[in-house]
Write a protein that binds this ligand. Structure first.
Ligand SMILES: [Zn+2]
Length: 328
């Protein structure tokens, strides 16, 4: 008796469907010319195969969803990373007039082994450990040099780029990076100009710590002057000079100086006012204001571009990782 051909998976899948639609197994066995036991066994096998297929499909769908979620999270973090610097709170990245010379020689010696904390500074709000997208500002004594993406994110970053390679988002990102660096540099220039004036007017050097018995001017004084100047030039609300200082004095006015007020409060106020007057309407203030406004615009552009994806909860296109999952 010739052997009957092997039962294919398509055939058993067909039997499973017939059986689930109510056909009796005996009937299926008759039509297909197989014995009942074998039909029953193959229907069971088809069911297992189908369950496995479903499970696999679910797993793939979950994996693709996870992949999408990862990229959306990256975009959300990216958006969170791209902040307009808050003028009043701009000190960590803004105070760039060569911080090396703010350190005393002993501080420098102590920190020779470990890198100085200001050598690479994470841009405001970017140091959140939960965040995956982080830009890092690299600067040296000459001020801000470049902004880098922290390398740990590169694989997912590359995947995202593969997905939406042609998106205007990247053009906006590049424009934002340029604008951000420019703004930081204008801010640093303004700091330098204020510092020069302040050192002359106060007759004190700016530093983080003076030598023993030696008065000095704290960097906070420069930030304070800069904040007032830029807010004023941008048309933001600025408190009356005395009011601003009265709230601060004498404790906080002291923070504008090194350790002890080495001059009377009135004299200190007068010198701060003179520093402000010397800088008002200067080229550096105008440049810093312009670049801040430009950065504002670039920040809005990239936020909008990112929002397009965050609002539809879907990253179009595909990448090498999706391909592994059998996606696009
Ligand atoms: Zn992908």
């Amino acid at each position: 008796m010739p052997k009957k051909p092997k039962i294919s998976s398509g055939e058993r899948r067909n039997w499973l469907e017939l059986s689930e639609n109510g056909d009796p197994i005996i009937g299926i066995a008759q039509i297909s010319g197989r014995d009942v036991r074998s039909v029953r066994a193959h229907i069971d096998k088809a069911r297992l195969e189908r369950n496995f297929e479903y499970a696999q499909r679910d797993q793939l769908r979950d994996a693709l969803q996870g992949h999408q979620k990862d990229m959306l999270r990256l975009l959300r973090d990216l958006k969170g990373s791209i902040n307009l610097p808050v003028l009043d709170d701009h000190e960590p990245v803004g105070l760039d007039f060569g911080l090396e010379d703010l350190w005393s020689p002993s501080d420098l010696a102590r920190n020779r082994e470990s890198p100085l904390p200001h050598r690479s500074i994470v841009i405001d709000g970017l140091d959140d450990p939960r965040s995956t997208a982080v830009y890092k500002l690299i600067r040296n004594v000459n001020g801000p040099q470049r902004i880098e993406l922290v390398p740990e994110v590169t694989r997912l970053w590359r995947a995202l780029k593969e997905h939406i390679r042609q998106d205007p988002l990247w053009r906006h990102e590049a424009a934002w990076l340029r604008s951000c660096l420019d703004e930081l540099n204008r801010c640093a220039e303004l700091n330098r100009a204020i510092r020069e004036n302040a050192e002359k007017i106060f007759g004190l050097k700016v530093g983080l710590r003076g030598g023993p018995e030696e008065p000095w001017l704290a960097p906070g004084a420069i930030t304070w002057v800069r904040t007032r100047l830029t807010n004023d030039a941008l048309g933001n609300y600025v408190r009356i000079f005395d009011e601003d200082l009265d709230e601060a004095s004498p404790g906080s006015l002291r923070s504008l100086y090194g350790q002890e007020l080495t001059m009377g409060i009135e004299e200190a106020k007068d010198k701060l006012q003179r520093t402000l007057t010397a800088m008002e309407g200067s080229r550096e203030v105008a440049a810093a204001t312009e670049s801040y406004k430009h950065l504002q615009e670039m920040t809005e552009n990239i936020h909008d571009a990112i929002d397009e994806y965050l609002l539809i909860h879907y990253i179009t296109g595909g990448c090498g990782l999706c391909q592994k999952l059998g996606g696009q």
